[in-house]
Design a protein around this ligand. Sequence first.
Ligand code: SF4
Ligand code: SF4
Length: 214
Amino acid sequence: MFKMSKNWYPVVNYDKCIGCMACIKKCKRRVYQLGLDNKPKVVNPDNCVEGCHGCGNSCPTNAITYFGDNSDKKTINSCGGCSSMDNKNNLNMEIFEPAMCCDTGLCGVSINPELLRISTVLNTLKKNGVVVKRFNLSSAPMKFVNNKVVNDFINNNGVEKLPVILLNGKIVISGRYPTNEEIIKLLNLPKNLIDKKPSCNCKSDSCDCNGGCC
Ligand code: SF4
Ligand code: SF4
C-alpha cells in the first residue's frame, strides 16, 4: 500500500547537482528521468511517497529538498531501520582540505572518487546527527590561520600535505582522507553506520522501504 503524494516530491537544486545519478538509481518509483543535460528531472512527482527522503539521503551534495517538507526533521525515527544519534561521545573530527573549487570539491567536470566518497560519508553521518566539519583552504583560509595545530602543520610540511584530519584538536591523519573504517573507529560509531541504509522519516506503511528507507 503506497501513499502517492501530490503534496510531497523532490526538488533538485541544479547549482549543487553534480549529475552523479545516485537519486535516479535510488528511486524505484521512477519519479526521475535522466535529462538531456545529464541531470535528473522530476517527471513523475505524483509517484513520490510522502515522507520519503530516500533520494535526498543518497545525494552527496545535498542538492535535493522536498516540496511539502516543512518539518526539516530529516532524521526522525519512524522507520524501524532508521536511527539517529549525535556526537554524545564528545569526539569532534575536523577535516582541513587543500584549496578546492567549492566546499565539496565536486563541482568540476571530472569527479574525484575520493572526494565523492568522503562527501557521501559525511552526509550520511550528518543525517545521523554526527557532524564532521570540513574546511578548505580557498573558502575558509582564516580557519587554517587561526588553528595553531593546522598552521604549524602547514608551516612544517606545506599545503601539499593536506588534507589533515583532527580529532579533538589533535592531528590523527595527514596527507589523505580517512577510510570509512577509520572514521567509524575514530568517532567510536556503530560499525555498520556508514554502509547501512540512511535515515528517513517515511512511514513504513506508506512506502516500500520495509523499515529501511526506499
Ligand atoms: S526516492 Fe523516495 S523521495 Fe526520492 S523520488 Fe523516490 S519515492 Fe520520492
Ligand atoms: S544524487 Fe544529487 S548530485 Fe547526484 S544527480 Fe541526484 S541531485 Fe544530482
